[in-house]
Design a protein around this ligand. Structure first.
Ligand code: GAP
Length: 457
């Protein structure tokens, strides 16, 4: 069964994954807070990404660069003056719309208007009589470009000299550190730099829950290679990312790769592919993989006056490396994983249970310790102390055991340990598997060995 977005938002809130931001003040639109389960799920996604992209890669290293950067960075990258959305106002109801999104929604995502010029956007909207989605009128203003970077001021004086931006992508922090890392890490081309961090965009049409927000966390790799090898590495990382999403348990039928047409390519890109997921609102971009060529290093070299080329000592060749960039946000991956893992299952006895079949690496809690009755609490606490040293574990005593199993199914806990009266006699416990609901009886002393074989992260 597929979830609709309203149900997802309610489910995520009721169980403690994601709450409306600033809720007690009536909220702040498009802000979301991650609750006790959401923060675990987010952290697990980041850990898994870091493990695959940094820990297990001989080529890649990590970085944590500052959010505030010298404003010249954003001039060189093309963001100042160039990072904006085409905006139209409805003259009847005063609502604001992104022109490319109006077209994409009108054509049910059949037309990708990302690469249209303002003239082309206006012509398409008028030729197809596209209406305001809010009031149905066909009375739009001309397109104006809307700056997407958040601006603020550094220090006590608020003037043009003190302007700083909240970064709209983490990538630029990597490019400006290329020289430092090439020099200090002893990595030889091809090598990659990975970063996880917050990015901010003053999106005009945020929405679909956490799909498009103004504050989000990106996981980006900038992979530097010889220009003659760019196609090889572009294909390599596109396939690598696709396999990574599948390895998180996302069903292949809900995934596809969409190659960008030439006219939709960003100014810096020679080739781009999106890994898309079939969200309840349709196919949406999950992960972008771009061949950024030497655009960024060249631009920063010009702007800063620093040489950002690379000397291949073996071949005595100097060149500006090309860069392949897989970029995804934690929130989009979380949304895809969350939706994909949900099942409303009809059991043999006719009852239904809601279950999140989350990959064990991603599950917020790996184990729940459940004493059958409160009287068994002391023994159960000892079991909790034992397993929680190694695994994220929940301890739950409230409600009957059936309801507690259902709660753990609903939040995706792969294993429940039940402590019953026999535990007091023989030091054994029951382990219940979330997906099969099968139960096995094992000794407390063997618990950590049992789980270590099944839980990796
Ligand atoms: N450095 C390249 C870059 O930022 P992008 O296509 O603008 O490229 C890359 O963004 C990825 O970041 C997207 O595929 C998506 O996963 C995520 N992303 C972008 N904007 C987002 C937003 N407003 N909210 C959540 N995630 C976003």
């Amino acid at each position: 069964m597929k979830l609709n977005m309203e149900k997802i938002v309610n489910y995520a809130k009721t169980l403690g994954f994601v709450y409306q931001g600033s809720e007690i003040y009536g909220g702040l639109s498009n802000t979301w807070d991650y609750g006790p389960l959401g923060v675990e799920l987010k952290n697990n996604i980041k850990k898994l990404w870091w493990k695959k992209f940094v820990q297990q890669s001989k080529n890649n290293v990590g970085l944590d660069s500052a959010i505030f950067m010298n404003p010249d960075v954003w001039v060189a990258s093309g963001h100042v003056g160039g990072f904006s959305d085409p905006l139209m106002d409805c003259k009847e109801c005063n609502t604001r719309h992104r022109a490319d999104k109006l077209i994409e929604d009108y054509t049910n995502q059949e037309v990708n208007a990302g690469g249209f010029s303002n003239e082309e956007l206006e012509a398409y909207i008028s030729q197809h009589d596209i209406k305001c989605p809010n009031c149905g009128a066909k009375n739009f203003t001309d397109i104006r470009q809307f700056e997407l970077m958040f601006k603020t001021h550094q220090g006590v004086v608020e003037n043009d000299q003190s302007t700083v931006y909240l970064r709209p992508e983490t990538a630029q922090g990597i490019f400006v550190n290329f020289k430092n890392i090439a020099r200090t890490s002893r990595k030889k081309i091809p090598f990659g730099i990975c970063q996880i961090g917050k990015s901010f965009r003053n999106e005009i049409t945020p929405g679909n829950f956490i799909f498009r927000t103004r504050e989000f966390e990106q996981m980006e790799l900038e992979f530097f290679c010889h220009p003659s090898e760019d196609n090889k590495w572009y294909t390599y990382w596109r396939d690598f990312c696709f396999d990574f999403v599948k390895s998180m348990g996302v069903k292949q039928d809900n995934l596809r790769v969409r190659n960008h047409h030439n006219e939709e390519l960003s100014h810096y890109s020679k080739a781009t592919a999106d890994i898309e997921y079939l969200f309840p609102f349709g196919w949406g971009e999950l992960w972008g993989i771009a061949n950024r060529t030497d655009y960024d290093l060249l631009a920063h070299s010009k702007q800063s006056g620093e040489r950002l080329d690379y000397l291949d000592q073996k071949n005595n060749e100097r060149f500006i490396p090309y860069c392949i960039e897989p970029s995804v946000s934690v929130e989009r991956l979380l949304l895809a994983v969350f939706i994909d893992s949900y099942e409303e299952e009809t059991l043999d006895n006719g009852e239904t249970r809601e279950v999140l079949h989350l990959h064990p690496d991603l599950a917020p809690y790996k184990i729940a310790v459940l004493p059958l009755v409160k009287k068994l609490g002391k023994k159960a606490e000892a079991v909790y102390d034992l397993v929680s040293k190694e695994f994220m574990t929940e301890y739950d005593t409230s409600g009957n055991i059936g309801r507690r199993y259902r709660r753990q199914d609903a939040i995706g806990t792969p294993y429940c340990i039940t402590i019953d009266y026999d535990t007091l006699d023989d030091d054994t416990v029951t382990i219940r598997d979330r997906d099969s609901m099968e139960q096995v009886r094992i000794k407390i002393s063997e618990l950590n060995e049992y789980f270590n074989k099944r839980l990796k992260l």
